[in-house]
Every structure is written in C-alpha cells, then in structure tokens.
Design a protein around this ligand. Sequence first.
Ligand SMILES: [Zn+2]
Length: 342
Amino acid sequence: MRYAVGVDLGGTNLRVAAVREDGEMLRQVRCGTQVERGRDAVIDEMAAAVRQLADEVSAAGTLAGVGIGVAGILDAHNGTVREAPNLPGWEEYPVRAEIERRLGSPVVLENDANAAAAGEAWLGAARGAGSMAMITLGTGVGGGIVLGGRIWPGSRGMAGEFGHVVIFPEGPRCNCGNRGCVEQYASASAVVRAAREWAARGEAAAIAREIERRGAEFSAKNIYELAAAGDGPSREIFRRAGETLGILLADLVNVLNLEVYVIGGGMAGAWEMFAPAMFAELRTRSFVYKATAPADAEEALRGETSPEARRAAAPATAVVRAQLGPDAGLIGAARLAMQAEK
Ligand SMILES: [Zn+2]
C-alpha cells in the first residue's frame, strides 16, 4: 500500500506524519522549529525528519510523496512562498524544488488552511462529501474549498481567502490593506482586541480585571471563559464574531451551494458562544440556505452532525465543527501529496 508524508511547518513547531492511503496514521513526530537559525537550517531539519520517518515506516509500503503545509501566501504554480510572516527570509525562494532535490521525492507545497480543508474533507467532518469549504479561525482566519474531492486552488493557488471577505466596509483596517474583513471580527486576535477596547472604554469590569491579572498572556480563551460564566460584554464579543461568520457563510452558501461548511481552528472551541448568532444571520441572509437547511435546526445548531447522519438525510447544507483538530493540516498535506502523484 502507498503512504505519503504530511508536514505542518509552523512558526514554532514542525510536525511530520506518515499517513497510509486508506487513512491510517502510521506515525507522527514533532520537533521545535528553530526559525531563527535561518531558512536553510529549517529546510535541512525538515528533510531529515521526513527521511527518518520514511525509513521507520518503509515496511508499510511505498512513499507516494511529501506534502507541506505552510502558513502564508504561496505560489503553488512556482512552488515558492510569497509571504510567510512566521518564516522570515523564505520569500521568492524555490522551496519546493529545494526540498524535492534533497529528498528525491515529489513535493507538494500548500497553504496550511487549504491543507486543513483537504484533511477534514478526507477523514474529518466533511468526509464523503462531494464538495466542502473550511473556515479556519485562528490568530487569523483562513479558508479552503474542496470540489469533487480536490482542493480548488484558483489559478495560482490563492483561492479560499475567506478571512478577507468584507463584512463592514468602514470597519477596522486589516493587515491585507482592506477594511472590515472577517479576520477583524472572528479571529482570536480580533476577539482579544475587541475585549481590550471594551475594557479601555470602562464598560467591561470583568474583562478589565482579567486583563490586569493575565497581562500579556490575556487570550481569547480567557474571554471565552468569561462568556461561559455569563459576562455580558464577553458574550457580545462572541455574538459579533458569530454574526460576522453568519454573513460570510450566507455569501458562501449563495455563491457556492456546497454540501458542507466546516468551522475549525482554535476559536471553533467557542462554538456554543458564537453559533446561535451565526445560524441566525445565515438563515436571515441566505435564501439558498433557507431552501436547503437541515430539518432539525436544534441539531444543526450543535454542529456535530456526523458524516453518516448527514449522508442519510435528504441533501442539505451542513455547517459543522471540525473533527481533526490540529491534525487536519498534517493529514491534509499527506492527502494532497497522494493526490498529486496519481
Ligand atoms: Zn483583510
């Protein structure tokens, strides 16, 4: 049987996994990425980790290829990194060709959000679906589209940037140069920024106390805990994030009419805080969703409909939570390598 190696290259961790073509995870390793040692050192380390893993699982079958998920804007056509904030000095460097040369295996370079979408489509919340999109809520907001079992790359591999869809035209300035992007409301950093603003206005005593107590460690998770304990301003921040996601989803559903929309990333853990506003907006704003929504709205709100239950029901639009957690990108990167080889 064939297997592929998936690599998740983050700013602090390098994770490598060997995944068989039937979806069995053979082995997974994690090492710290020493980005400060420079690009060539990171590439050497990655190549060594892949080689070692491939040696360890060589009895399991033949290596189909290596898929690498990287946070940033890539040029899939050229196999180069256009912009990767976590990987200084990688821009305009032939990453794919360099790694292929060192490993002697075909390499696929993919944006980490696209890799996560490929993973959830293969073995996660959207398995068995012909079409899906994934929205990843992390420090930023990423996305990926899978059509007919394959990532829709766009002409240069840059499709699926859902984080930069405009929600409020006069909203806060985004790193991308636009204003009022999804990322400015529904990312972990946006939630933290909103909480600091509430506290600075003197309107959120509980948040202000938490900021004082946590200092620089103050995070979206702290705001989630306040919201779960009933704090009004914290709940309002997540409601706003949910409203934003609902508007985004309404547009995606109207334009794409896919089977499944998966919400993943760290912020998806706050599901019950943002899902009610998200579904309310989605229902109000998308006639396509209204026409295709699952019959049981309560069940839909939980976001945990299994792929089996989804397929057993009449064709509908499912919006569900991701299932693979941080492994989605790793599994997806391996999947993409396998698909590329065929
Ligand atoms: Zn933006």
